[in-house]
Design a protein around this ligand. Structure first.
Ligand code: SF4
Length: 334
């Protein structure tokens, strides 16, 4: 435990006091901390979040405009059309999209993310997104984010012109592990889309999924690669092994490992919006939201995830009240 105390003391000085994120080797040390040090680690991650991000929690809603039937082979994803997964291809219409945005805004959320299961958008999808955004902006005051796969320069420019303020594109995992997860495109192709998004002035949202067979070294590598990108937001997912996908038989990350990872990523990214995305129910159970929000997380998704049910919106919103963490207001974000 003396060694653990020394690792935490170094992290305290560097991250909490100086505001500098841990480097890859230091993140690895944190990921290797024993369970007995977990409470102290979570407290430090929470202190870092409070000091460098403040008590506000960003609440986001997410809606799938086009579900399933994706041509890519991301081994964790039940929306790939290449696996025997239960998700069928389906499109949402514009009135349903606007209604979802309204419901999201009612929870106090400031972000509404439109997602499509595609390699990249085609002309039909771009037209749908344009119509959807215009219809939402007509009726609701909310920031709009998109997650539509890989983009070219023209598409980036079009989305920026539509007023998309944040674009999500996950690097998913460490560069060294990516070929074990996806074979139909490369990590570098994903990174290129992120570069274009940043250059166009949109906020960059980039995270990934933990528990996809990566080693602790690769988890630390991933944290360092994300930190190098300086994203505005990092959504952290935990693998929820979906039947019919190549990762369907992988073991679920243990609760302590999930929490240790969240804290380690917070220490690598002291100022980033760190969001709990999918899978927290299965790794952390009902206590997951509470523990995460007291261990470095400062953003949550309300309502349904893309392909599996998340916690109900009300329970998360109630929890924020109980923890005395205010919901970030819209005028703070624009
Ligand atoms: S993660 Fe995205 S790109 Fe990969 S298969 Fe799923 S929907 Fe397609």
């Amino acid at each position: 435990m003396a060694e653990a105390a020394a690792i935490l003391a170094t992290a305290r000085t560097r991250v909490l006091e100086e505001g500098v994120g841990l480097d890859e080797a230091q993140v690895l040390e944190v990921l290797r901390l024993p369970d007995e040090a977990l409470d102290d680690l979570l407290q430090l991650a929470h202190d870092v979040r409070m000091r460098w991000c403040g008590p506000e929690v960003e609440v986001e809603g997410i809606i799938s405009l086009k579900t399933g039937g994706c041509p890519e082979d991301c081994h964790f994803c039940s929306q790939s059309g290449l696996f025997a997964s239960p998700v069928r291809s389906a499109w949402l219409d514009i009135p349903a999209l606007v209604e979802a945005a309204k419901q999201t805004a009612k929870t106090g959320a400031t972000e509404f993310c439109i997602v499509a299961a595609v390699r990249g958008p085609d002309a039909r999808l771009m037209a749908q997104v344009a119509a959807g955004i215009a219809a939402i902006k007509d009726e609701i005051d909310i920031n709009i984010a998109c997650s539509l796969g890989m983009l070219d320069q023209e598409q980036v420019d079009q989305l920026a012109a539509m007023g998309v303020h944040r674009y999500n594109h996950n690097l998913e995992t460490a560069r060294s592990h990516f070929p074990n997860v996806v074979t139909t495109h490369t990590w570098e192709e994903r990174a290129e889309t992120l570069r274009l998004v940043r250059e166009a002035g949109m906020e960059v949202c980039c995270g990934g999924i933990l528990g996809m067979g990566e080693t602790l070294e690769q988890r630390a590598e991933f944290a360092a690669q994300l930190a190098a990108l300086t994203p505005d937001e990092v959504p952290l997912n935990f693998l929820n092994p979906r039947p019919g996908t190549p990762f369907g038989d992988l073991e679920v990350l243990s609760g302590p490992d999930a929490l240790r990872s969240v804290a380690a990523f917070r220490l690598a990214l002291p100022r980033t919006v760190l969001r709990f995305a999918g899978g927290r129910e299965i790794t952390l159970g009902d206590l997951g939201a509470r523990k995460g929000l007291l261990g470095g997380i400062n953003a949550v998704i309300v309502g349904n995830y893309l392909t599996t049910l998340g916690r109900a919106a009300e329970s998360d919103i109630d929890l924020l009240g109980e923890l005395q963490m205010p919901i970030k207001a819209l005028n703070d974000t624009i």
